[in-house]
Design a protein around this ligand. Structure first.
Ligand code: GDP
Ligand code: MG
Length: 179
């Protein structure tokens, strides 16, 4: 078929987790060591061609929702997809990501395709959030199981090295409902 899909995609997550950097990497193929803080929301569009469809993402890179939570619904309302971003070197950002997951489960569009991105995967030596459970210890910060239990598509990403950045957008595109 030759489906043409327009999809609003929103990025949510803690300030500094790398939302803007992921978008910049995906749209421009670049990384800025000193990414300027986003003011308000920035809008980007990027088209991906898949075998069965062309997906035009309308990407809302938000800021302010980190501090002013009441702004958030305005960003995710009507979104077909969301990427919830945390920083693997910050347990706080992982906790924050879980809050976003809960909020989208309660308030978001029930058909929303939701991805969880553990960003800054290049900073392995500073990792605080485990990828997989180790041994039999109580896995409090274990991203993979958490994502599975919550029906999220999950990848660790690096906007810096480009690891899994295109992949996460591609996977979302594949999962969007076809017309
Ligand atoms: P936002 O507030 O979520 O939009 O985060 P930014 O994209 O502004 O990134 C915050 C800081 O983290 C910036 O200094 C980025 O250069 C840095 N950063 C973002 N992504 C990565 C990454 O994948 N690896 C590393 N090492 N730094 C990153
Ligand atoms: Mg930003």
């Amino acid at each position: 078929g030759n489906n043409s899909i327009n999809a609003k995609l929103v990025l949510l997550g803690d300030m500094g987790a790398g939302k803007s950097s992921l978008v910049f990497r995906f749209v421009k193929g670049q990384f800025l060591e000193f990414q300027e803080s986003t003011i308000g929301a920035a809008f980007f569009s990027q088209t991906l061609a898949l075998n069965d469809a062309t997906v035009k993402f309308e990407i809302w890179d938000t800021a302010g929702q980190e501090r002013y939570h009441s702004l958030a619904p305005m960003y995710y309302r009507g979104a077909a997809a969301a990427i919830i971003v945390y920083d693997i070197t910050s347990t706080e950002s992982f906790e924050r990501a879980k809050k976003w997951v809960q909020e989208l489960q309660k308030q978001g569009n029930p058909n929303m395709v939701t991805a969880l991105a553990g960003n800054k995967a290049d900073l392995e030596d500073k990792r605080k959030v485990a990828l997989e459970a180790k041994n039999c210890g109580a896995p409090v910060q274990e991203a993979h199981t958490y994502a599975e239990e919550n029906g999220l598509f999950f990848k660790e990403t690096s906007a810096k090295t480009a690891t899994n950045v295109n992949e996460i957008f591609h996977e979302i595109a594949k999962r969007l409902p076809r017309a």
